[in-house]
Ligand binder design. Structure first.
Ligand SMILES: Cc1cc2nc3c(=O)[nH]c(=O)nc-3n(C[C@H](O)[C@H](O)[C@H](O)COP(=O)(O)OP(=O)(O)OC[C@H]3O[C@@H](n4cnc5c(N)ncnc54)[C@H](O)[C@@H]3O)c2cc1C
Length: 382
């Protein structure tokens, strides 16, 4: 099969690798507009559950990634000055650039070609896309493949009001931390975790009103960093906040009713975005690749494969997407939630999406469940 993939992020690269693994005769080219060594952001996180899903389909991939991952068994919620460690929540993180470079090498070893510095501007690009049996739009949240065909895909994009900025820091944390600091301007939240022995991701998120009160709109990038360093001084322990093309953004919650038309299909963030608070964007992108490859293999035809892809993948993906959207709304009410006492706040956070009930809290962290039951004796009945 002649397959042309637009976008060399986790979704496009992993799909190429899986297809080549299935059949080395496939002719696959990935067009990536960026250079080989460029990426945005710092590290990305996978929950233990996400790695288990990946392991079930591709043990070799997990073996490839694991030596480069930082892992830890717990989550820490910081409510102003109170730290609440929560057991039973394992995570692993990897440098996004490392993840991509491992995938580049893996894909090229399997015989697919990656053309860097090679932006595709239109599906009508005959020279590069002409004659393809399958065209994969794996070009991220702002995919032109989707934007140019919104009607066909039934695409929607819901811009959420919170603002976030993706920083790093040289401070290495000993668990995944969610730190909430109440200030006169509102609540500042940092999602932070180490992703290498020397670096951590430090993502700052605020409600829109907090962002306005802090006047970030008129602040220089340097002053923005200084302001965030001041707010999180206790957490950074004297380490600097580091920028990598970092700027304030709003999160676009993207969805598509139909995932393909003709021989064109969407995968990864182009297909749907999941808020970073559930740490699943990369995992979902890789699972899309697994599902699409499987659907094509099982049906042996592009039209049937694309129909099967949506049929197979929709139910599990929808569950996570719904949870991500509930989670992002929780962050949009941080200012209210932080009024809770620290332990109740942590419990509220853990159960925010409805996917973790009291029994599950007890299984993960009996001490937290017990503390909650003391205040809410009827919790067991819920
Ligand atoms: C702030 C933030 C934090 C995140 N944290 C996490 C996390 O902790 N864990 C996690 O799992 N996920 C996280 N994610 C999400 C994760 O980064 C994405 O879900 C994931 O990268 C999606 O993979 P993708 O391949 O679909 O898209 P992308 O990684 O966006 O890759 C798309 C690629 O397409 C290329 N491209 C775009 N247009 C064109 C074009 N016209 N021609 C050629 N190439 C093109 C781009 O250069 C890019 O390389 C986070 C995202 C954000 C914004």
């Amino acid at each position: 099969m002649k397959i042309r993939i637009i976008g060399g992020g986790p979704a496009g690269l992993y799909f190429a690798a899986l297809m080549k693994r299935d059949d080395p005769a496939h002719d696959i080219v990935i067009y990536e507009r960026g250079p080989r060594d460029a990426t945005w952001g710092f590290g990305v996180v996978f929950s233990d559950r996400a790695l288990d899903f990946l392991r079930a389909d591709d043990e070799a991939m997990v073996r490839l990634l694991l030596p480069h991952m930082e892992t830890w068994p717990n989550l820490t919620i910081v409510h102003n000055d109170t730290r609440i460690p929560i057991t039973g929540n394992g995570f692993a993180a990897i440098d996004r650039l490392k993840l991509l470079s491992l995938l580049y090498a893996h894909v090229e070893k399997l015989g697919a070609r990656i053309e860097f510095d090679s932006a595709i501007e239109s599906l009508a690009d005959r020279e590069r896309l002409g004659g393809a049996d399958l065209i994969v739009g794996a070009n991220g949240a702002f995919s032109f493949v989707r934007q140019e065909n919104e009607q066909r895909f039934g695409a929607t994009c819901d811009w959420r009001p919170n603002k976030f900025i993706w920083y790093g820091t040289s401070r290495v944390f000993d668990s995944l931390c969610l730190t909430f600091r109440e200030t006169g301007q509102g609540v500042f939240c940092a999602h932070h975790y180490r992703y290498s022995p020397t670096m951590s991701t430090f993502l700052v998120e605020v409600e829109e009103e907090t962002w306005k009160r802090a006047d970030f709109e008129h602040m220089s990038p340097e002053d923005t960093i200084r302001h965030c360093e001041k707010i999180f001084a206790k957490d950074l322990g004297g380490h600097p906040i580091l920028s990598n093309n970092s700027y304030w953004r709003n999160f676009p919650a993207i969805w598509n009713q139909r995932w393909s038309f003709g021989n064109v299909v969407l995968v990864g963030d182009a297909l749907r975005t999941a808020h970073f608070s559930i740490g699943s964007g990369t995992r979902l992108a890789m699972e899309d690749a697994i599902a699409l490859c499987k659907a094509l293999r099982e049906t042996g035809s592009v039209p049937d494969g694309l129909a099967r892809f949506q049929q197979l993948r929709l139910p599990p993906m929808r569950k996570i997407w719904d949870a991500a959207n509930v989670s992002l709304r929780w962050y949009e009410r941080m200012g209210e939630r932080i009024k809770l006492a620290p332990m109740e706040f942590a419990y509220d956070y853990m159960t925010r999406t409805g996917r973790v009930n009291h029994a599950e809290v007890r299984r993960r962290d009996p001490a937290l469940a017990e503390a909650y039951e003391k205040l809410h004796p009827d919790a067991n009945a819920a």
